[in-house]
Design a protein around this ligand. Structure first.
Ligand code: DAT
Length: 174
């Protein structure tokens, strides 16, 4: 197996918790590559059908995994997705689940134009900590960390923590 010089990081959590904002800034600060799974699927049309209820295309998970597998084995990738059990466990060195208080999240998703069932289901997903539980099932518990993401101060603190972790990982592996 090839040894990686840079770690792979998964940023996951309910839509609206701040994965994209954090991931892009993290890429700037660490030099790692940011990959948004939604965008990747859109660009490659990696879809398999259409979800009428949520009015969105359904991700073709196998094709997404195939598309990224080689890049992941090289390391240095920050993956952003609102789910986590579709990826091979071996891909990630650490998993961060961003968490947002539900009133805060409601406001953010409403601003994004979510309404009705889509808005309610996403807020409920956060209340039931669905993605956190999915992450704890899919990955070794020691590598799964929750990060509060309510304020700009939280964002800055999270960035600092992950940058520090990344630097340490690279010292330990090079
Ligand atoms: P996601 O990629 O998880 O869907 P996002 O990065 O697009 O989320 O963020 C959604 C909105 O919330 C966006 O307007 C930025 C804002 N936001 C994200 N994290 C925040 C934080 N920690 N404090 C305040 N606002 C935040």
């Amino acid at each position: 197996m090839k040894t990686k010089k840079q770690p792979n990081i998964l940023l996951t959590g309910t839509p609206g918790v701040g994965k994209t904002t954090l991931g892009k800034e993290l890429a700037q600060r660490t030099g790692l590559t940011y990959v948004n799974i939604g965008d990747l699927a859109q660009e490659g049309q990696l879809f398999d059908g259409y979800d009428e209820e949520y009015q969105c295309p359904i991700l073709d998970e196998d094709r997404v995994v195939d598309e990224l597998d080689e890049k992941m084995s090289e390391g240095g990738v920050i993956v952003d997705y609102h789910g986590c059990d579709l990826f091979p466990e071996r891909w990630f060195d650490i998993v961060f689940v961003l968490r947002t208080d539900n009133t805060q999240l409601y406001t953010r998703l409403e601003a994004r134009g979510y309404t009705g069932k889509k808005l309610q289901d996403n807020v409920q997903c956060e209340i039931f900590q669905t993605i956190y539980e999915e992450a704890m099932e899919a990955y070794s518990k020691e590598i799964v960390h929750q990060l509060p993401s309510n304020t700009p101060e939280d964002m800055e603190h999270n960035l600092d923590q992950i940058v520090q972790w990344t630097e340490q990982w690279m010292k330990d592996h090079n």
